[in-house]
Design a protein around this ligand. Structure first.
Ligand code: HEM
Length: 391
């Protein structure tokens, strides 16, 4: 990437610019080092990449609100997502509804099924000596975790969910984006409607259908608005971290051997994969005039927090660019503050199972071609060709 392209991008940050996809890590570093930047893209944005600035913004929902959504690209007819687009205290009431179904104890119950699915996926390509890890492994595994094991839907419903969610996450052209989000809402409404006619299973879908929030039953629109962020959160982000971790391992045979020898991956290793593979950036709306790091912000303006850039801030991490499971790791991948990711237990289980089974069942692997990425508000690995090398 030409340094003038990168400098121009830094001054006019826009997540739909191809530079963001081509030079994601480098562009994030430039934005962090430049300090807070004001861009005219998408109606005006103030962009923050430093670890402490991001934590400060995310810790203060009264000044930096979610109430106008997290989308950097305006959606017009904005559909409220719950709890994502609410501020405390109502946001916390919605979290209380979902929390028990995403707790470590509940999530631990699906580990066996997830492991079997990972083994089945590997049996589909191991004998070929190569695979596209993004499409044949990293995507189907968290999709099965969410659709089959969390929502208790049928295996033949996984593909449709993946398709609908992908369109909603990666369509950037405003009219097409509106249509894609509409399709995701319709998919959610169909899933809920089908369950209404079935016996109760005491799972997350039943909780959304039957449990009150703040003492009041939910309307059908409110129920849909809960499922939409769960689906967008549940599928593509976890797939992205699994793929970026496999890519890191493919480029580092010594790390591969070291982690293969440990058997069960240490929790700090998962945290490092999460830190270095953070896929999400998002926005907040400024509610009152304020300043962050000497940068003036006015009520009504929007800020963007670059979680991946904050995760490599040398003021916070002793080895910011390297995989080092021994460093203190307060990464921002799941956000920070009241909206911190509700699905982090499920995400971590999916990543751990995916990497452990891959390392246990396959020999040393390396890149068989260039990986392909797609990036807007979330970075995804579209293709990751890997070749298995005979030991
Ligand atoms: C590696 C995978 C994942 C990443 C990187 C990720 C990232 C995030 C981030 C950055 C937020 C915070 C948004 C904010 O601060 O406003 C968030 C919130 C959320 N995530 Fe995740 N997520 C992941 C996996 C999941 C999974 C598997 C689920 C559920 C199935 C999930 C469900 C949610 C929900 C419901 C929220 C909204 C929480 C709230 O607003 O209070 N996420 N996630």
């Amino acid at each position: 990437m030409d340094s003038t392209d990168l400098a121009a991008f830094t001054q006019h940050f826009d997540p739909t610019d191809p530079v963001w996809n081509e030079a994601f890590d480098e562009a994030g570093r430039c934005l962090r080092e430049t300090g807070p930047v004001s861009s005219s893209a998408h109606g005006g944005l103030h962009v923050f990449g430093a670890f402490e600035d991001i934590r400060r913004i995310l810790s203060d929902p009264e000044t930096f609100s979610n109430s106008r959504g997290l989308s950097i690209i305006p959606e017009n007819q904005h559909v409220i997502r719950r709890p994502t687009d609410l501020d405390p205290p109502l946001q916390l009431a919605y979290r209380r509804l979902l929390d028990p179904y995403l707790s470590p104890r509940r999530i631990a119950g699906i580990e066996g099924q997830l492991r079997t699915t990972a083994q089945d996926l590997i049996s589909g390509f191991a004998a070929r000596g190569q695979c596209d890890a993004a499409t044949e492994y990293s995507r189907p595994l968290p999709a099965a975790a969410f659709v089959q094991f969390l929502l208790n839907l049928r295996p033949d419903q996984v593909d449709e969910a993946q398709q609908v969610v992908n369109n909603a996450v990666f369509t950037t052209d405003p009219p097409a984006r509106r249509a894609a989000l509409g399709e995701l809402a319709q998919w959610s409404a169909r899933i809920l409607e089908a369950r209404r006619r079935q016996p109760r299973q005491d799972d997350l879908l039943d909780a959304v259908l039957h449990n009150p929030v703040d003492g009041a039953p939910l309307t059908e629109d409110e129920q849909v608005s809960i499922l939409v962020p769960l689906a967008t959160g549940g599928l593509e982000t976890t797939a992205s971290v699994i793929s970026s971790s496999l890519l890191r391992l493919a480029l580092n045979p010594a790390l591969q051997t070291r982690l293969r020898d440990t058997g069960q991956l240490p929790p700090q290793a998962i945290e490092e994969f999460l830190r270095l593979g953070a896929p999400v950036i998002m926005s907040r709306t400024v509610m009152r005039d304020t300043e962050v790091a000497g940068h003036q912000l006015r009520a009504g303006e929007r800020v963007v927090v670059l979680l991946p850039a904050g995760n490599r801030d040398p003021h916070e991490f002793s080895c910011p660019e390297d995989f080092d499971e021994h460093q203190t790791n307060r990464h921002l991948t799941f956000s920070h503050g009241p909206h911190r990711c509700l699905g982090s237990n499920l995400a971590k289980l999916g990543i751990r199972v995916a990497l452990e089974v891959f390392l246990q069942q396959l020999p040393l692997f390396e890149l068989a071609g260039p990986p392909r990425f797609r990036t807007s508000q979330s970075r995804s690995v579209d293709s990751l060709p890997l070749r298995f090398v005979a030991a």
